[in-house]
Write a protein that binds this ligand. Structure first.
Ligand SMILES: [Zn+2]
Length: 218
């Protein structure tokens, strides 16, 4: 059965190197795959690159692939994106699914359109996307320099010149729609909701939190 899932704090932390023993996190990832009745669950290195990795039946046995977006047409292969404020984007068509890690850098480096291009090469119709819990435009204040950089190329994300707050969700929603993908934004802010991990909140408090995960599978 195809599906999507966004975990919350109650599911635990799925990110490595966030102050939790690696074995505990790997066990949790395996337990998640089992509970979803999928054969494998593929994570990404997530380095704010524009690398799109097509996962086939051979590479689906790798627990982590080098990428910030993954696409697969294989049934029973789950694609996972880790987030703690960045925007997790899950896309499906009639033939394949994709998971994208889209933060400020991903919004500007074209990874969304690159992923959709890769999916279109695999044919299919009815492209639909969900944008999961992520930091909202009220909470994502950046430096003036960073704001100006984004405003130059992506004015939809920079509509608060006096406050320097970036609206990643609006720009990413536009990029999806512009590429012919029907997009739904869940509209949940990770920083405002204690049900979700937030990287920025953890920086403010000094307490390491964790990473939730968005998963999609055919
Ligand atoms: Zn917010």
């Amino acid at each position: 059965m195809a599906g999507i899932l966004f975990t919350s704090v109650n599911w635990g932390n799925f990110g490595l190197n966030i102050g939790e023993a690696e074995s505990a996190v790997l066990d949790r990832r395996n337990d998640l795959a089992k509970s979803l009745s999928i054969d494998s669950l593929v994570f990404m290195t997530q380095s704010h690159s524009d690398i799109v990795n097509i996962v086939d039946i051979v590479t689906s046995s790798q627990p982590v692939v080098e990428a910030d977006a993954v696409v697969t047409c294989e049934k029973g292969v789950g694609l996972a994106v880790l987030v703690g404020d960045c925007v997790p984007i899950l896309i499906r068509s009639t033939t394949c699914v994709a998971a994208i890690h889209a933060g400020r850098v991903g919004m500007t480096n074209g990874i969304v359109s690159k992923t959709i291009d890769a999916m279109k090469k695999l044919n299919g119709e009815k492209f639909e996307a969900v944008m999961g819990p992520s930091i909202c435009s009220d909470c994502y204040e950046v430096s003036e320099e960073m704001y100006k950089e984004v405003a130059n190329g992506f004015p939809r994300a920079a509509t608060t010149p006096s406050e320097h707050k970036l609206d990643l969700q609006s720009e990413l929603g536009y990029q999806l729609t512009n590429a012919g993908v029907e997009a739904l934004n869940l509209g949940i802010c990770t920083l405002e909701s204690s049900e979700y991990f937030s990287h920025r909140r953890s920086q403010r408090s000094g307490n390491p939190e964790g990473r939730q995960v968005g998963v999609i599978w055919l």
